[in-house]
Design a protein around this ligand. Sequence first.
Ligand code: ARG
Length: 717
Amino acid sequence: MKKIFIAFFFIAISFRTLADEGMWLPMLLGQQVYDNMVKKGLKLTKEQLYSINKASIKDAVIIFGNGCTGEIVSNEGLIFTNHHCGYEAITDASSINHNYLHDGFYAKSKQEEIPAQGLHVDFLIKIDDVTKEIEDSVKGLSGTDRRAKVQAVITAINARYSDDSKSILARVSPLFKGNQFLVFVYQRYNDIRLVGAPPESVGKFGGDTDNWEWPRHTGDFSIFRVYMSKEGMPAKYNPDNVPLKPKYFLPISLKGVKEGDFAMIYGYPGSTNRYETSFGVKQKIDIDNPSLVNLRDVRLKYMFEEMKKDPAVKLQLAPSYASIANYWKFYDGESKQLVKYDIYDQKKGQEAVFQIWAAGKPEFEHIFSDWAKAYDNWRPYSKQRVYLNEGIFGSPLIAFAASLRQLENALVRQNGGSVSEILNAIGESRKKFLAEENKVSDERILGTVTFMFFKDIDKNQHPIGFFEGLKGSFGDLKEENTYKKYAAAVFNNTMIFDDAKWNAFVANPDATVLQNDPAYAYASAFLKNWQGKYYSFYQDFTQKNNELGRLYLKGIMEMDPKKIRYPDATFTMRLTYGNVKSYNPRDNVHYDYVCTMKGVLEKYKPGDYEFDLPENLIDLAKKKDFGQYLDKQRNDLVVTFITTDDITGGNSGSPVMNGNGELIGLAFDGNYEALSHKIAFDPNYNRTICVDIRYVLWCIDKLGGASNIINELKLVK
Ligand code: ARG
């Protein structure tokens, strides 16, 4: 068996760079990668892709909020991104009477645009390589000392490159698992306004059933605008601010796509782990992913029951529900695909090749035996960690209660000064918590996850005395009803929901009162148990895992120095390229590279939670009133298409461009067959799902009647 894997791995190595794998740093694009892009259909110069002196495409690509990408599409700072990226801003702007999430919204003039508080976008200014500075500072250091020094130098570099007065912020990103360090310097803008969004029935058409799936019929876009001060600087919201004059914005092509067309995507992929080990793959499949999925199942079920009943609760819980559901399905699918493609065995094969090379090299030969030990030491506690993060603190009440830990520390230590400061901050976060809290679902979550912790986590790891106490007051620990009664008691008696009790506590903060609060007592029992007894195992593990990861990659690069490599995603700007391409998801099944309006209508289910449609969409679609957005070849409106580009979460909202750098779509998802993509890219199955820009414009123009927005764009016909 082993030999076969080794032979297979060498073949795989030599073919790898030919596929469309790779999230390249646009500023360090090597000649070979650029030449390959040109061969595939790129018509632009390197300078047009990325330049620090002249305006280039990089200037039109922004970080949108905390985890998405957006692009500038007009000379007045207009932004396109995904509907699911604007989701929270759209819900925040909505109320039951003006339900923009449900009905959609288009500003017909700049005065109608809605400030999106808390939202910001970041423009990349420049990148410097600071590897040498960091490496020089850690010479002769190892282990904890090295780590601490690296952290200190990174902090200093970030401070040196940042300038609050110009809203410039810098972040050093360790690449190749800490074998290279680049500092990314951004300028942040805080006055962002909502300009438009389709109704949710278009923007999230297909809901969670269709999420991470192709074929797909979702109009996943939303529109914002970035404002600056009259002096041309980033500024917080002010009605006198003016639209940003961008260095560059993307023209939009109405020409559409055909099979084999070149397609490139810029954006901010969040994280990948393409050099993950066999140990890590096994850990995910056996423990981490199934635990997360089971716990999220419960949370989603209880939230959904309440959202279905009441549109106000739906608005309240929708953003948090969507993000929990998104990665619930992702991790479930990831495990399935890791198993299906035998990624564990592939990794074993790669590690065997490495081990042969490393034999006799003291720096590298111990890596895998050390790694095995690190996993052995951590594995027994790893499930508890998921149960805390996804279960116990998956209850919003308990997550909020846990945040009071700092207050308890301050009260116990009796240093009054910081108590009032902490209380002020908590007052704010309590307001936010209460506004987002649905007690009915949360109480059910609390009961059920406590029961699951009792059943699924090794008894030796339970917080001492906690379950015994519960038994004494509420009954048999094997009965679900015991946990229901307990959860009800927590919800009825905590001061967190009770303004009178809360205000009395704030007026006279006292450690004992806090410690006796049932929600705080619960959070603190689990938190202190973890911090006191298990956190050090986690810390040891992550430190060893990072250190070994860095060495492994260093070794891999020494083993095969000529191979052109891209660094794992780190939420830094990347460029990926490929082609528009159909695929066969399984034997005897073929998936075309586009979906059309015909399919939207086929999926339509009147009144359904996920597959309903706006009436005017149905009318116009039936009349085939597609105007200049019609795809002549299909005689239909193309709504989505797929490409072979290599993207991941964080790329959402990314511009998909043709060989001329014109916008042809927005990337918004990955396909189910390639959900193992964070760990292993599969050229046969990996596809990026994009909303066709012609569908986006049709929605704005024909459905939304917002010709003001269309007129702002630079259309290439
Ligand atoms: N899977 C998409 C992504 O991670 C998010 C899609 C949001 N839609 C949804 N039905 N939850 O980028």
